[in-house]
Design a binder for this molecule. Structure first.
Ligand code: G1P
Length: 277
C-alpha cells in the first residue's frame, strides 16, 4: 500500500508562527506532527509515503533528509542518535511532490498522480494537519478495504450542527462488519461544506481516506467546487458513481493542528495518553 500526505497549505490560521514554521512541523513532544502522520501510515502497512508540499516550506523535506553532520554530533548520545537513525529509516520511504499553486485539497492530491496513478491497491491519504489520538484509523480502514474487495473508505466523525458547513458531509447506510472497532457505512453521497439545511447527515469526513487510484483520473478533470477550489470530496462523489465507497466512523479523536486552539488541544490529548500507565 502507498500513502499520500498533502502538506502544502499556507497555514494562515496559524500566523505569525506559520510564516517560518509550517504547521505540519509543529512539535508534539519531540517529533513534529507530520512525522507522527508518516509513522501512522507506515504502521498501517504503507511501504512508501508521498508528501505533497509547497516550495515555500523547505523545512518539511529537510526534516526527513539524512544528515551526516547531525549523526556525527550525536554519536556519543545514544538516545538522540537512535531518534535520528529512526528518522533516516523513515525518510528512505518518502517521495516528494510539489504543489506550486494553492488550488484546493483535490489539486494537492492530484500533484502526486504521476507517482501513484498506476497503483493497483487503494492509496491511503492522511491530511497533514490532522492528528488522531487513541486508536489510529488507518490500519482499520485498510482492513475494511480488504474485507470489501478493495473498496475506498473515508474516515468519519460526527460533528455538531453548527460545524457541518466546515466539512465534507456524507450520506450512508450502516453495514455490519465483524471485527471492526467503529461503525461502518456504505456511502451513497458526499457533499463538500454544505449548508446545514442541505447536509445529508452530521457525519463529517475526518482527515483520513483510502482511495481507489481511479480518483487521480477523476481529479484531472475535476471542475472547481466549493470556494472555487478543486475539491477532493467532489472527485470521491464521482468515484462513488462507479465504485463502492465506505465510511468508517473511527473511535480515535481527530485534532486539527492548523489553528492555535486545535494545536493546544492536541498537546493536551497526547500528554494525557503519554501519562497513562
Ligand atoms: C478538508 C476536506 C473536508 C474535510 C476536512 C477535514 O477541508 O475538504 O471534506 O471534512 O478537510 O478532514 P479543509 O479542512 O481543508 O477545509
Amino acid at each position: 500500500m502507498k500513502a499520500l500526505i498533502p502538506a502544502a497549505g499556507h497555514g494562515t490560521r496559524f500566523l505569525p508562527a506559520s510564516k517560518t514554521i509550517p504547521k505540519e512541523m509543529l512539535p508534539v513532544s519531540a517529533r513534529p506532527a507530520i512525522q507522527l502522520i508518516v509513522e501512522e501510515a507506515l504502521d498501517a502497512g504503507a511501504d512508501e509515503v508521498v508528501i505533497v508540499t509547497s516550495p515555500d516550506k523547505p523545512s518539511i523535506r529537510r526534516h526527513f533528509e539524512a544528515d551526516a553532520e547531525w549523526r556525527a554530533r550525536c554519536a556519543s548520545r545514544p538516545e538522540a542518535d537512535a531518534e535520528l537513525a529512526h528518522l533516516e529509516e523513515i525518510g528512505r520511504r518518502i517521495r516528494w511532490a510539489v504543489q506550486a499553486e494553492q488550488r484546493g485539497l483535490g489539486h494537492a492530491v492530484l500533484q502526486a498522480a504521476d507517482i501513484l496513478r498506476g497503483e493497483k491497491e487503494p492509496v491511503l491519504v492522511l491530511l497533514g494537519d490532522a492528528l488522531v489520538s487513541g486508536e489510529a484509523p488507518s490500519a482499520a480502514m485498510a482492513a475494511i478495504s480488504r474485507a470489501t474487495g478493495g473498496a475506498s473508505v473515508v474516515g468519519l466523525e460526527e460533528v455538531p450542527a453548527e460545524k457541518v458547513s466546515r466539512y465534507g458531509i456524507v450520506k450512508g447506510e450502516r453495514v455490519e462488519m465483524p471485527g471492526v472497532g467503529g461503525e461502518v457505512l456504505k456511502l451513497s453521497d458526499l457533499v463538500e461544506k454544505p449548508r446545514l439545511e442541505e447536509a445529508p447527515s452530521r457525519l463529517a469526513i475526518a482527515g483520513r481516506y483510502l482511495l481507489d487510484p481511479m480518483v487521480f483520473d477523476l481529479l484531472a478533470t475535476q471542475r472547481p467546487g466549493y470556494g472555487g477550489e478543486i475539491q477532493l470530496t467532489d472527485a470521491i462523489r464521482r468515484l462513488l458513481a462507479q465504485r463502492p465507497v465506505y465510511g468508517y466512523r473511527y473511535p480515535g479523536r481527530r485534532h486539527d493542528i492548523g489553528n492555535p486552539a486545535g494545536y493546544l488541544e492536541t498537546l493536551q490529548a497526547f500528554a494525557a495518553s503519554a501519562a497513562r500507565p
